[in-house]
Write a protein of this length. Structure first.
Length: 338
């Protein structure tokens, strides 16, 4: 296949971005993600992939894009490949990728993926690739109204998948035997994160006057920024995007709308595979992972959009609670509702 020609070339956050979307260009009919991320983006996930030598007139980011089109990247689908010269966009932001190895978890389903092309040498070329990745990450965070705490590593989602606990940065850098990624950035993750923050700061400093425009955010709770489904200037649009168990918050964190529960006591629910079960509504510690048919103990929404479940309809509402409640599950893991 000849060197690709982008459909559009723009500058985003100081990085030249060549758009070549696989949704428009798929001559080999490679498998593609199909889950929408419209209004659901919660952050940016950073990866590293190895530097490759390329022919004159192209760059590694273009060649990785071409390799994807040719079905040579197996099942990896990312939003951006970034090198020392430019970025190539492969997926629209509205479409999930395959990059975090967490299945239907938030890594794949709710973050924009950047593959930064580098080598272990960490030479001037590698540093320029990393700088472009930092600029692109900052621009994406700013676009979605997110702060630096929404910058993730691939390893973060592996640790979440494996039921580990910790702060965002602890999970970003905690050892995972499956993979440590971004391999070349992780050893100085704090420095990279500071660089992204500096570009975020530089972007905000160019605003001549404070904006008076109201932004409405859709979250499970104001404190749970990771649950954010989107940010909207229109309250009506925010309400439309507000799922059951979520609320719309104004810029000061005040609730302006809550989507009430549609679930009822004794309702049968199909729990999706590998769903985390919690011992309470607030804990972040996963008791174990479950799937199959359960029943809503009382149909009352608890904190973080969780509901108490039990194994038999006759157990619903019975006391003592500890004897009959299996645990707490977030409603967005309910499959077919009975």
């Amino acid at each position: 296949m000849a060197i690709l020609r982008p459909d559009a070339t723009t500058t985003f956050g100081g990085v030249t971005v060549n758009e070549y979307l696989l949704t428009k260009h798929n001559p080999n009919h490679i498998d593609m993600p199909s889950v929408s991320m419209e209004g659901k983006v919660i952050g940016v996930t950073v990866h590293n992939t190895d530097w490759i030598s390329v022919a004159s007139g192209t760059t590694p980011a273009e060649q990785y894009t071409r390799a994807t089109v040719n079905n040579n990247m197996k099942d990896v689908r990312v939003h951006y490949y970034v090198d020392n010269v430019c970025a190539w966009q492969n997926l629209p932001h509205s479409l999930s990728g395959w990059h975090a190895a967490d299945g239907s978890g938030n890594g794949n389903r709710r973050t924009i993926a950047i593959e930064c092309i580098m080598s272990s040498a960490y030479n001037s070329t590698d540093k320029k690739s990393e700088d472009n990745a930092a600029k692109l990450a900052a621009a994406l965070l700013k676009q979605y109204g997110l702060d630096i705490n929404h910058l993730y590593t691939h390893t973060h989602w592996l640790n979440v998948r494996d039921g580990r606990n910790g702060t965002i940065d602890q999970l970003n850098t905690m050892y995972n035997r499956y993979k440590m990624c971004p391999a070349y950035i992780l050893p100085h993750w704090a420095i990279f994160k500071a660089k992204v923050q500096s570009y975020l700061n530089a972007g905000t400093s160019t605003i001549s006057a404070p904006s008076t425009k109201q932004i409405y955010r859709v979250r499970k709770s104001w404190a749970d920024a990771k649950s954010q489904l989107g940010a909207y200037s229109s309250l009506e649009n925010a309400k439309k995007a507000c799922k059951v168990g979520y609320s719309v918050f104004d810029a000061n964190g005040n609730v302006v709308y809550t989507n009430g529960s549609k679930f009822t006591k004794r309702q049968k629910v199909a729990i999706r595979a590998n769903t985390p079960l919690f011992a309470s509504a607030e804990t972040t510690s996963v008791t174990r992972r479950i799937s199959g048919t359960y029943y809503l103990y009382d149909g009352i929404a608890c904190k973080n959009g969780r509901y108490r479940i039990t194994t038999k309809p006759e157990f619903c509402g019975k006391a003592p609670v500890g004897q009959y409640v299996t645990g707490y599950v977030s409603w967005d893991n309910f499959g077919v509702i009975g």
